[in-house]
Design a protein around this ligand. Structure first.
Ligand code: UAG
Ligand code: ATP
Ligand code: API
Ligand code: MG
Length: 507
């Protein structure tokens, strides 16, 4: 889906309205058709925004953008010898977002926007929220890791949170499609890169903060500060219209809870399993088929049954219930929605090819995510837990030994393999991982070929065992170098079961 093909033009001077300070070397009454941050997407009528990136500087592509028909430039420093107007601002990423908000007619103000941030659980929580809202008859748009959804249309997204101009474009599509709500994952990268600047959130949700992305943020403190940005701006988007009708929904049991709560002027609602939580789960019953719990809230009590497994999903469900409370969704509708919730592809997704043992494909790609899924599976596995896991290339290297240690601790057998090696050597990634294996431990295999690893795991499983294939979840590709090759853990697991020729009773 393209984000927003507009037939109307708008004057550059109108687009510039939200900027407090800028310099323009020429008359800004030039007609603009769209905003592009990539010179390769520029066409006649575009405003080209030069973004200094992590790998290249967009300013270097301004001449080629002008050649392709850009009618004006948004820059951080003036570029000599170009004839089109140049608007100079201190931060082009932020300015591009604010201009896109104007270009698309402030779509986030016409939706009730819900942003979900945190290390783990964003996709799960956004999908549960969307299901709850839709069960209540509220049309809801969704943006996140497994793609976007607006009405009946679904579309892939390159990033969990798209770049700023696209975000506002998708929100306009939601408004046009008649949505009352927009629910989106807000990654820490997106917050740092101002991809959601100008989005008027009514609700921000914090799931948890554990180690990931230290290649980008360097320290946990910086990572927390990035997440905090979503809460700092709540109810505070435009200082002149500060209103306190916004909500911060925060995991009471997470150590970073107060970093988020202290950052915000919004009203707060906490959730969790400990006594102080406003929305609290009690009497939790975890089974291999799902979870039951009693949920105590400021508005009453609700018994919940869901097919989601594992204690971590109790938190995801509570976060969605807290949003439902703010949105005044009746309890019986929430209860029905949680019971009928079908799950997210690749999140503890059961693969059933008639084998007498369990297979789960899961997206755990952080130490905390892996520990959660493995300890959850351990609670109901009657036999061994066999884990297949790798770590992504060009990503946080410090999580590699930690994830291997967790896989060894919580599995009877672990197979370390490749997960999107990208531009790194897959053998070197495994070398980093196995540093985390305790001396003397030998219940593991190294196998760079992910297909062979899955076949090996399925091949050694006995009735009652559970095979967990972690890290790639819904992904249907393996990124090798800069190329994506088709690869789907679920397909491979099914094929491995067929190759083994097992068709007897299931666990
Ligand atoms: C590290 C990172 O966050 N990179 C993101 C960032 O790229 P960048 O700004 O550094 O881009 P760059 O390649 O240096 O280029 C700079 C500028 O020059 C422009 N350019 C470049 C080449 C050219 O010929 N012409 C041209 O105009 C580019 O369009 C860009 O505007 O901004 C781009 C546009 O928003 C993103 O697509 C890109 O995500 C890359 C693909 C990525 O892999 N990001 C991951 C790490 C990420 O963002 N992940 C999070 C999820 C994390 C989680 O699990 O929580 C996400 O939200 O997806
Ligand atoms: N609340 C949670 N706490 C800890 N781990 C979780 C939680 N929810 C899900 N997980 C684990 O993390 C994995 C990823 O879950 P999910 O896709 O919902 O998270 P995410 O935050 O969207 O991840 P990403 O940052 O990659 O988009 C799951 O497959 C599961 O193993
Ligand atoms: N959003 C996460 C996803 C990681 C998924 C894993 N399969 C990998 O490629 O490392 C990231 O970009 O770090
Ligand atoms: Mg996600």
């Amino acid at each position: 889906m393209s984000t927003g093909w507009r037939e109307l033009t708008v004057l550059l001077s109108e687009l510039l309205q939200p900027l407090f300070a800028y310099q323009c070397n020429e008359n800004a009454d030039v007609a603009v058709l769209d905003i592009q941050t990539n010179s390769r997407r520029v066409h006649p009528g575009s405003l080209f925004v030069a973004v200094p990136g992590h790998t290249v500087d967009g300013h270097d592509f301004a001449p080629s953008a002008v050649e392709s028909g850009a009618v004006a430039l948004l820059v951080e420093r003036r570029i000599p010898d170009l004839t089109v107007p140049q608007v100079v601002v201190p931060d082009t990423r932020r300015a591009a977002a604010l201009l896109a908000d104007v270009l698309y007619g402030h779509p986030s103000h016409k939706l009730r926007m819900i942003g979900v941030t945190g290390t783990n659980g964003k996709t799960t929580v956004t999908h549960i929220i969307a299901h709850v809202l839709e069960t209540a008859g509220k049309q809801t748009g969704l943006l996140g890791t497994v793609g976007g959804r607006i009405g009946a249309e679904t579309f892939p997204l390159q990033n969990t949170t798209p770049e700023a101009v696209d975000v506002h474009g998708y929100l306009q599509r939601m408004v046009d499609a008649g949505c009352s709500h927009g629910v989106m994952e807000v990654s820490s990268h997106a917050l740092v890169e101002r991809r959601v600047a100008g989005v008027d959130y009514k609700i921000a949700v914090f799931t948890n903060l554990t180690q990931d992305h230290l290649d980008f943020h360097k320290t946990m403190e910086d990572y927390a500060q990035a997440k905090r940005l979503l809460f700092a701006r709540l109810g505070n988007l435009y200082a002149s219209t500060r209103e306190n009708n916004t909500y911060a929904i925060v995991n009471q049991d997470d150590p970073y809870r107060d970093v988020m709560l202290d950052a915000t002027v919004a009203q707060s609602l906490t959730y969790g399993c400990s006594a102080g939580a406003d929305v609290r789960a009690e009497h939790i019953r975890l089974t291999h088929n799902g979870t039951m719990m009693d949920v105590i809230t400021p508005c009453g009590h609700m018994e919940v049954t869901t097919s989601l497994i594992g204690r971590f999903n109790v938190y995801n469900v509570l976060a969605a219930i807290a949003v439902g409370i703010v949105e005044q969704i009746p309890f019986d509708v929430m209860r029905e929605a949680l019971q009928s919730y079908p799950g997210v592809p690749g999140r503890c997704e059961r693969v059933d090819a008639g084998q007498p043992f369990g297979i789960f494909v899961d997206y755990a790609h952080t130490p905390d995510g892996l520990e959660n899924v493995l300890t959850s599976v351990r609670e109901f596995a009657s036999g061994d837990v066999i884990t297949v896991v790798g770590c992504g290339g060009d990503r946080d290297k410090t999580k590699r030994p930690l994830m291997a240690a967790i896989a060894m601790r919580h599995s009877d057998f672990a197979i370390f393999t490749s997960d999107n090696p990208r531009t790194e050597d897959e053998v070197a990634i495994l070398d980093d991982m196995v540093q985390g294996i305790p001396p003397g431990a030998d219940h593991y295999l190294r196998c760079t070929d992910r297909r062979e690893a899955i076949y090996a795991a399925v091949g050694r499983a006995k009735p009652g065992d559970v095979v967990v294939i972690a890290g790639k979840g819904h992904e249907d590709y393996q990124i090798i170098g800069r190329t994506k090759v088709h690869f789907d853990d679920r397909q491979e697991a099914r094929a491995a079961v067929q190759a083994r020729g097992t068709t007897t009773e299931q666990v």
